[in-house]
Structures are given as structure tokens and as C-alpha cells.
Design a protein. Structure first.
Length: 318
């Protein structure tokens, strides 16, 4: 049985890992912390300006899931451009007068303070969505189409297509994890989860407190995608088996609704994340996070803590 949600902090924090850094987002602000090459931290705090805030009257099912996805993509893309600029700074050998030893020069600062324009963000988001839909929706549908002459049962057919979709996704993550730079991003992903767990348990935000927590989290985007993939098997089974071109169009048209339902499931799971029943139901998503997270070191935990503290400080009234 599901237990009553415990006394979590009123402000739910969401996060993302970026290049050598972590983003933490609260209701009104999001903060980015990035480790500069010289070892210091670059911290940026920005207003959220989410779609849910702009269109609060529409922030209900099914649109709130779409709003959350678009907002996360927008913040993620903006943060990636900033973190990339910061992480590529060159550490200066000399120390300027009035500058402490080991401190950073302002190399790359011009790039840091020029985030992507709205048009650039829209283009990048469109490309990211097209890549996701093409790789994980269209490709499995086309691959499963080769089995049309051999499988008559609609549910079995859609189950096979769904398994192909999951296999493509897992294979993609496994290949990405082989890249050293991506492995470091996955370490920051683990740091983000550990620090969020620390905050939710009301413990001091220190690397010592965060070390003992899991790198998996119920509200992770990886778990969300797994819910989308599993739920799509059930939903697509209701659509029959029309011609391949129509089948692809149907899947592309219905996936936003599947994502909206999946978002509600993740929200519900987040409320009851200590329930054994919920942990069993969400086990595939939690297990998949073994691919998308790695154990962080203390330096990476410090970056995640700095991002969370900056986001929480921004929530306080002036």
C-alpha cells in the first residue's frame, strides 16, 4: 500500500547535469554552478519564467506535462551553452595585481554573459525533439514493420515494437557512457541526485551528508523517459495496425499525450517515493539510472551543493 507522503520541504527542487556543472531549479529561480578550469566555481542565478507561470490558468493536465518538458529543455540548452563556455576557459599562469593566487581570470566572460537567443533555443529544442522522435519513435516503428507478415496479434506486435524502442534507448545510453566527457556529465548527474536527496531529508548540505545517498531518484528524467516508453506500448496497442506511414504518424501525434500521462505518473511517484510499492513500480526507471548516473567525487558534490544553495537563496524574499 502507498504510505502518506512524509513532510518533504515545501519547495521541490529539480536538477540537471551539464558540462562540468549542475543546474538546480526552484519555483521562481534556477541556478547554474560550473567548475572552472582553475578550480573556482562559476555561479549564475536566473529567473525561471516558466510556461506554467506565464500561463497559470492552463497549467493543468494534460498541458502541464508539456509545459514542464519544454521548460526543462529550454533551461537545459541555455545552461549547456554557458557551461561549455565556462569549462573551456583557459587557466592563467600568472596572477594579476590585486588578484588572489589560484583565482580565475575573466577569460571567456564575454561568452558566458551571452546566452542563446530565443530563436536559437527554439531551433535547438526542435532539433533535439526531432532526434528523439526519429530515433526512439519512428525507427522502432519502421524496424517492427518488417515483422508485419509474421505477427498477427496486435498486442504482441506492439510489445515487440516497444521492446525494440527500449533496446534502442538503452543501447544509445550505453554507447554514450563510453565517452569520457559524457561519463563526467553522468557523475554530475549522480551528484545532483545525491544533493537533492540530502535536501529532501533535511540534512546539512555538505559532501559528507550527500555521499551516503543513492545516485538514483524517483523524479529523474531518465525514469520519465522509461515511463513514456512502457506506457507507449499499452497506448499504441489500442491504435490497431494500419499502414506503416499512418502508424508512424499516429505515434508521432499521440506521443505528447503519452508524455503528459507519464509526467503525472512521475509527479505521483515523487509524492510517494518512500513507498515500497512505488519503488517496485518504478524499478525499471531507477535501474536505468545506473547508466545515466555515476558515483561523484567530493568536488562534484560541492558543485551540486553550490547550485542548490544558490537556487534556494534566490527563493528568499529580498
Amino acid at each position: 500500500m502507498l504510505t502518506t507522503p512524509d513532510s518533504r520541504p515545501e519547495i521541490q527542487i529539480g536538477g540537471q547535469a551539464v558540462i562540468e556543472g549542475v543546474v538546480m531549479r526552484g519555483p521562481r529561480r534556477w541556478a547554474l554552478a560550473v567548475r572552472r578550469p582553475c578550480g573556482e566555481l562559476y555561479i549564475s542565478i536566473s529567473p525561471s519564467r516558466t510556461l506554467a507561470q506565464r500561463y497559470s490558468r492552463w497549467n493543468k493536465f494534460p498541458l502541464r506535462g508539456v509545459f514542464a518538458l519544454v521548460d526543462s529543455l529550454a533551461i537545459g540548452i541555455r545552461s549547456l551553452t554557458i557551461s561549455a563556455a565556462v569549462s573551456l576557459e583557459e587557466e592563467e599562469d600568472g596572477v594579476e595585481p590585486g588578484e588572489e593566487a589560484g583565482s580565475c581570470k575573466d577569460a571567456g566572460e564575454e561568452h558566458i554573459h551571452k546566452p542563446m537567443s530565443t530563436t536559437q533555443v527554439i531551433v535547438a529544442m526542435t532539433f533535439a525533439l526531432a532526434l528523439f522522435l526519429g530515433l526512439f519513435i519512428v525507427l522502432p516503428a519502421v524496424a517492427a514493420g518488417a515483422l508485419d507478415p509474421y505477427i498477427s496479434n496486435i498486442f504482441v506486435y506492439n510489445l515487440i515494437e516497444g521492446l525494440i524502442r527500449v533496446a534502442v534507448f538503452v543501447g544509445y545510453l550505453a554507447l554514450m557512457s563510453l565517452l569520457p566527457d559524457i561519463r563526467r556529465v553522468f557523475q554530475y548527474h549522480g551528484a545532483e541526485h545525491k544533493v537533492v536527496h540530502t535536501y529532501e531529508d533535511g540534512l546539512p548540505l555538505t559532501p559528507e551528508s550527500a555521499r551516503g545517498f543513492s545516485t538514483a531518484h524517483m523524479r529523474c528524467g531518465t525514469a520519465f523517459i522509461m515511463v513514456v516508453l512502457v506506457l507507449s506500448i499499452l497506448v499504441f496497442s489500442l491504435l490497431g495496425r494500419p499502414a506503416l506511414w499512418l502508424r508512424v504518424l499516429e505515434r508521432l501525434a499521440i506521443i505528447p499525450l503519452v508524455a503528459a500521462f507519464s509526467y503525472e505518473i512521475i509527479r505521483f511517484a515523487g509524492r510517494y517515493e518512500d513507498s515500497r510499492a512505488m519503488k517496485v513500480l518504478m524499478a525499471p526507471g531507477l535501474l536505468l539510472q545506473k547508466l545515466t548516473t555515476r558515483e561523484p567525487d567530493d568536488d562534484q558534490l560541492e558543485v551540486a551543493i553550490a547550485a542548490l544553495e544558490a537556487a534556494m537563496e534566490a527563493q528568499q524574499p529580498a
